[in-house]
Design a protein. Structure first.
Length: 238
């Protein structure tokens, strides 16, 4: 079995990706005398929420995921973030490689909701590695990457927000069923609304409770002009 170790040295948001993408920088280290011809690497990224503290606003945003704070002793379990693969070119001793991780802004995904609830600081991650190493000085030897190889990393919340803003500046994202989307489109066409935002706002306005009609003179002070009415409703001259 090849002696390999891994470390995550940084992360950045990819501004040129078609969709939200984080690029992690990995350092791969082998024994000094081991020639690695190629490394087919798989990486599972996991969120370790118990490895940081949370403010009141963050705790409120995490209620849907972990319940009330009083339950966090048992409910603050790891969350699956992503699972990706990368081919590491040949090297001897040590090398660094980029690990692109496509992300989503779908708020139905637990990892996305977790990142969205954080206001500042860092998100604790754990990267778990597996795969196949092709080694050998005078030929090829095939060996698995040991299953116990892992690397902790703390993802700055600012980097996540930067990535989201690159693709959804000032916006949120909702996933709707096809039937709901068709009904929403029909409503938009029926009312000749210019955008999806104006469509949703119109629905919110329709759903808002109407104000109760005010009775004439109800808000007037006692003894004021509004009180000078006869039983027939005629106003008396002060």
């Amino acid at each position: 079995m090849t002696d390999l170790s891994f470390a995550c040295t940084g992360v950045r948001a990819d501004p040129y990706a078609a969709g939200p993408t984080l690029v992690f920088r990995l350092r791969v280290t082998a024994s000094p005398d081991t020639r690695v011809h190629a490394l087919a690497l798989r990486c599972q990224l996991r969120i370790e929420p118990a490895r940081r503290s949370y403010g009141p606003a963050e705790a409120e945003g995490l209620t849907d995921l972990f319940g009330e704070r009083s339950r966090w002793g048992t409910s603050l379990q790891p969350l699956q973030f992503a699972q990706v693969a990368v081919m590491v070119p040949g090297f001897t001793g040590e090398t660094e490689v980029d690990l692109p991780v496509p992300c989503t802004y779908d708020m139905d995904i637990a990892a996305t909701r977790y990142f969205g609830a954080l206001r500042e600081g860092e998100a604790p991650l754990l990267l778990l590695f597996s795969g196949t190493a092709f080694t050998g000085a005078g030929g090829f030897q095939v060996a698995p990457v040991p299953w116990d190889r892992e690397a902790p990393f703390r993802l700055p919340v600012a980097v996540w927000r930067e990535m989201v803003e690159q693709h959804f500046p000032g916006c949120g994202w909702l996933r709707l069923s096809r039937d709901t989307m068709d009904a929403l489109l029909a409503y938009r066409s029926r009312h000749a609304l210019a955008s999806w935002e104006s469509t949703v706002r119109a629905l919110l306005d329709d759903a808002a409770p109407s104000r109760a009609p005010q009775v004439p003179g109800a808000a007037a002070r006692p003894g004021g002009p509004a009180a000078l009415l006869t039983r027939s409703g005629e106003r008396l001259t002060p």
